[in-house]
Design a protein around this ligand. Structure first.
Ligand SMILES: *Cc1c(COP(=O)(O)O)cnc(C)c1O
Length: 381
């Protein structure tokens, strides 16, 4: 029987440790493993860069949650994306969503462009832009949906169809919604990537990254890259991820319910210019979102009417913390222009609407009324 995602997140892959029955999967803190004998007979573990039981449990759990065949765990989301792009060779082009995580943009432009990969940035929420950007040397389409920080929604199935017709890979960064709300592989994508640091881990205490695939050949390639490069998730951090994922469902539901209340409050507020939250029915991506995801998540961006309100708000907060990152139980607020997106050129930022007045809120699990009160005080005239 196929279980609900709410059950799958709690049980992971093996539910309990097969060797001891431990309900909390053990941390196998060992770099190396004794060979059974001099023949080629194996237990499945030789050396922890290649595989470790705790990492394997979190990888197999992610594969189940994303409906893939294999998953790989890395020491950060950026390590995951770095490994993933070793699938490509100099002279190959990748079409990329123009509104994306600043660190991913920096990796592409400052590192991978130097190795001869070409990146073409387009607004993938307008599907015709994707097709128009495909050239003879195009190999993949990389996108985030909802996007960061302007919350644009891209139709994953429509992009995957273009990709299939042109023999390209569709890669989706699913950090914002997680498999609890959105499963890109089910919609035709080939590869899902995650910053596990965010909602999956959920406690602002661990860096982690994942890739998930369904194709066996892709899995073999990523496995080879993972063990050769060595940016793997440690046993302890794998355990923190397993522990975090158990509560993914209850956290996402609470964070989303808080987010909707905050988005509605901000929408009514006189000092707020515009609210970007996918769960508001007037949001441009609302319909596609309802079609491809079972939730809207807990990320809100908004612009204030006067830039000076940014400083006023950030300095008066008592409940929400002014800090980078997102997805954890603590509500965090960031100022993308000066933090997460500072490496993106000014011309691109202004075209995307990432201005001095834009703030991004990651809504946590605190009481919604305390969060609203915090914002209300900060936005007072
Ligand atoms: C944070 C983030 C990343 C990078 O992940 P790290 O764990 O910080 O390395 C990539 N994509 C998105 C959407 C993110 O939010």
């Amino acid at each position: 029987m196929s279980k609900s995602i709410a059950t799958k997140v709690v049980h992971g892959s093996q539910k309990v440790d097969p060797y001891t029955g431990a309900v909390s999967f053990p941390i196998y803190q060992s770099a190396t493993f004794k060979h059974l004998d001099t023949t080629d007979q194996r237990r499945g573990y030789d050396y922890s860069r290649e595989q470790n039981p705790t990492r394997q449990e979190v990888e197999e759990s992610l594969a189940i949650l994303e409906a893939g065949t294999a998953a790989f765990a890395y020491s950060s989301g950026m390590a995951a994306i770095t490994d993933l792009f070793k699938l490509f060779s100099p002279g190959e082009q990748i079409v990329v969503a123009d509104d994306l995580y600043g660190g991913t943009y920096r990796l592409f432009e400052e590192i991978y462009a130097g190795y001869g990969l070409e990146f073409t940035y387009v607004d993938t929420s307008e599907i015709e832009n994707v097709l128009a950007a495909v050239q003879e040397n195009t190999k993949a389409i990389f996108l985030e949906t909802p996007s960061n920080p302007t919350m644009k929604v891209t139709d994953i199935a429509a992009v995957a169809e273009i990709a299939q017709n042109n023999d390209l890979l569709t890669i989706v960064d699913n950090t914002f919604l997680t498999p609890y709300y959105q499963q890109p592989l089910q919609l035709g994508a080939d590869i899902v990537v995650h910053s596990g640091t965010k909602f999956l881990g959920g406690h602002n205490d661990t860096l982690a990254g994942f890739t998930v695939v369904k194709d066996e050949e892709l899995a073999d390639s990523l496995s080879l890259i993972q063990k050769s490069v060595g940016a793997v998730l440690s046993p302890f951090d794998s355990w923190l991820m397993l522990r975090g994922i158990k509560t993914l469902g209850v956290r996402m539901d609470k964070q989303q319910s808080n987010a909707l209340q905050i988005a509605e409050f901000l929408q009514e507020h006189q000092q707020v210019e515009e609210v970007f939250y996918v769960g508001l029915s007037e949001h441009e991506g609302y319909d596609i979102s309802c079609k491809q995801a079972s939730g809207f998540g807990a990320m809100i961006s908004f612009t204030v009417k006067e830039p000076k309100l940014v400083e006023q708000l950030l300095e008066s907060l008592e409940v929400i913390t002014f800090a980078e990152s997102l997805g954890g139980v603590e509500s965090l607020i960031t100022h993308p222009v000066s933090q997460t997106h500072q490496d993106i050129p000014e011309s691109i930022l202004s075209r995307l609407g990432i201005t001095e007045s834009l703030l991004r809120l990651s809504v946590g699990i605190e009481a919604a009324e305390d969060l609203v009160e915090d914002l209300e005080r900060g936005l007072k005239n």
